[in-house]
Every structure is written in C-alpha cells, then in structure tokens.
Design a protein around this ligand. Sequence first.
Ligand code: FAD
Length: 421
Amino acid sequence: MYQTIIIGGGPSGLMAAVAASNSTDKVLLLEKKKGLGRKLKISGGGRCNVTNRLPYAEIIQNIPGNGKFLYSPFSVFDNESIINFFESKGVKLKEEDHGRMFPVSNKAQDVVDTLVETIKNQHVTIKEEEAVTQIEVTPSHTFKVQTQNNTYESQSLVIATGGASVPQTGSTGDGYQFAESLGHSVTELFPTEVPITSNEPFIKSKELKGLSLKDVELSVLKKNGKKRISHQMDMIFTHFGISGPAALRCSQFVYKEQKNQKKTHIKMAIDTFPDYNHEQLKQTIRQLLTKQPDKAIKNSLHGLIEERYLLFMLKQSHIDVNITSHHLSNQQLNTLVDNFKGFTFEVNGTLPLDKAFVTGGGVSLKELHPKTMMSKLVPGLFLCGEVLDIHGYTGGYNITSALVTGHVAGLNAGNFVFQTQ
Ligand SMILES: Cc1cc2nc3c(=O)[nH]c(=O)nc-3n(C[C@H](O)[C@H](O)[C@H](O)COP(=O)(O)OP(=O)(O)OC[C@H]3O[C@@H](n4cnc5c(N)ncnc54)[C@H](O)[C@@H]3O)c2cc1C
C-alpha cells in the first residue's frame, strides 16, 4: 500500500512526487513512456522556459485559460519558489525578454535531471513503461490503479497525465477518461498555441512563404469587424497559413470566434505599423516618396518594410510597382496606408490538437479545491498540470502552471488521511 500514487512523469507529476516525498517515502510514480519528462525535454526549443519572473498579475494575464485559478496555489508555491527550487539544486537560471526564465546551460535536460534526481534521493519508486489503464475507488476509500501488468493501491492519487497535444511524448489524453470515470467533467478540448491555417490565394500560391514580419499587431476579428484580440509580436507566413509568436497567441481566439460566429471562415488583420496612426504613416511614406519622385515606388519605399511584403501590399492596393511617386494619387496612397494598417484576410482554423503546443480545456476547475488541488467529488484524488482546464501562452506559463499545481497536489496527497464526515 502506497501513501500516494502519481500518474504521469511530466513536470506536474515530477513536482508532485518531489512534494509528496517530502512527507512520506511511500510514493509511486507511474509513467507510460520510457524516460521521464519527455515533453519537458523538448520544451522551449530544447532549452526549457521553466518559469516566468513577471509579477503575478501579468502571469495570470498570460494564462487566458483560467489563469485566475492559480492565485490560490501561488500562495503556497509560486514562480519564485520554482526559481529557488532549481537554483538550490545547482541549476542556475537566467532571465530573458518578457520575464522568461531558462537554465543558464540552455539545456532542458538539466531541468529534467534535477527533478528526477530529487525524487530518486527522496526514495520515490519510479516505474517507467507502466501505462495506467484504469482507476477504481475501493469501498475502504483507497485507490486501485491498474496498469497493463500490475495493480497498485494507495491512500491518495494524483492524476498528472498532461494534455493531448504532441502525443508521441506520452500525453495522449488518458487523464480525461480517468477523471470522467471518477465522476469529473471535462470541458471541450481544443488546440492552443498552434499555427493558423488559411486558404487565401496568397497563402496557396506560397508567395509569402517564409516571410517574417517583426513586431506587427495581429488581430482576430469579430463578426462586426472589431478586434476580439490583438497581439503585437513577430509572425511568419507559412505554406498553410501563419505561425510565429503572434499567430500562436491568437490561435485559441480563432477557434473561439469560429464557434461564436458559427462559421469556419473568419477574418484576421495585420497592422504592420502599430506604433503609427494612419496620418503619421501617410506622412512617413509621403516623405520617402518626395525624396525620390522620379523613382519607381517599389524603389522609393525600399527599406520601409520587408521587400516581399511591400510588393504584396502594393499589389493588394492595386498600385503598379513601377509607378513613379508623383503619379501616385492621394486615394492610392490612402489605400496603401489602409492596407499597411489593417490588411484583413480569411483564416479557416488551426492545425490539429496533436500539432499544438498546448491543449485548451480539460478537467473542470469548479470540481477542485484550489488551495489543495483535491477533488471536491472524490476525497484523496488530486489533479494537476495540463490535464486541467488551464492553458497559457508560450513564455513559461504552462510549465509554471504544471509545477505550481503539481507541487500543491503532491504536498496535500502526501499528507492525505481519509476522514469519515
Ligand atoms: C514542443 C513544445 C514546447 C513547449 N515549450 C514550453 C515552454 O518552453 N514553456 C512552457 O511553459 N510550456 C511549454 N510547452 C507546454 C508544456 O510543455 C506543457 O504544458 C507541460 O509539459 C505540461 O506538463 P504536465 O506534467 O501537465 O504534462 P506532460 O508534460 O504532458 O506529462 C504528462 C506525462 O503523463 C504521462 N502519461 C499520460 N498518460 C499516462 C498513463 N495512462 N499512464 C502513465 N503515464 C501517463 C505521459 O507519458 C507524460 O510523460 C511546450 C509544449 C510543447 C509540445
């Protein structure tokens, strides 16, 4: 009989094992795959963006999927606790842009190794290639956990099976079924932090493929043309649509607007010069044109923006690229500025869940005690990490959520004693 069984050896399960084994040496970690922390190893491009140093309020803002739920677990274990944990184990971290924290070594493997060494030192029993198939609550309120080969029993159970994105890492969504089999509800799952697809002729022709735009404002538009969400960051055109940080952040809102508008094709807009208003941009362009009035417009505007995008914008504005500046009418100039400030195009969805960085939706948070991560329905059952209905933007927010909820779940599971009411 174990005190705590943890299902899943990702960041949430590993941190749960660290916290649980602080108070008991009867902890069992079951991992489906060979090797722990497979997704963690590839996170942050193999560098692992392990947490974020922004103030709470900003962290929460960057977790559009129920970030507010984390205020309570943060009061027990927060981003600074994560930093202290790794630095106390000898993994020095460094801060990059937007508060993003990485190991100084730039090796995600160091993060994984630290978690694994800690739980080994704290005598956690680790079983790899041991996929859980079924969970049962016994009449004596313990948990019977069935794998392909064995049955294990424990006083408390932590489900830390992750989401359903990038399933080759082991996160195949098993936890949703486990939670449902124990009476929990799972909200609709959808891909987030995922490239966006479009059938626009300029995408199909691949004329902009590989072109990246720096620091533009990308927006998802509502039915009435107003902006549902905007993100000012870099983006890139691909052979199927758009990607890059701004597109990844907008992706969940494409899904949500498709649902709201009840149609697959919705509109997005790119403002290439978000720091200028229409008039300022018009003046800037006019100045460039008057400097070289006899040159072709494509040459006099050289350097304003990446050349391929300039030519594309001229084409979209029905302006001959070889027209000389003094032949450009005021109306044509206004059209060009309008396109730079708000080029709208249609998108028809995103790549599927298995290609997403993160899974949106998950086990309903209404059924959990946020201070302990224990189920309100099944005493002794704890849930943490991406299996929950929490999802953040890229930037270390998802791993933060996994480590924080994992720590709180493990802490309370390790000390759990069933009490009759
Ligand atoms: C390519 C990529 C890069 C990313 N980069 C970042 C980043 O830099 N920063 C950031 O914050 N987030 C990043 N994310 C998201 C982040 O990695 C996840 O949110 C995080 O790993 C979730 O942790 P978790 O412990 O909940 O789940 P997971 O890491 O998915 O771990 C779940 C574990 O449970 C195991 N499991 C599943 N079912 C069973 C079962 N039936 N029996 C036993 N074990 C089971 C799985 O094998 C897996 O090991 C990235 C994601 C991807 C795909």
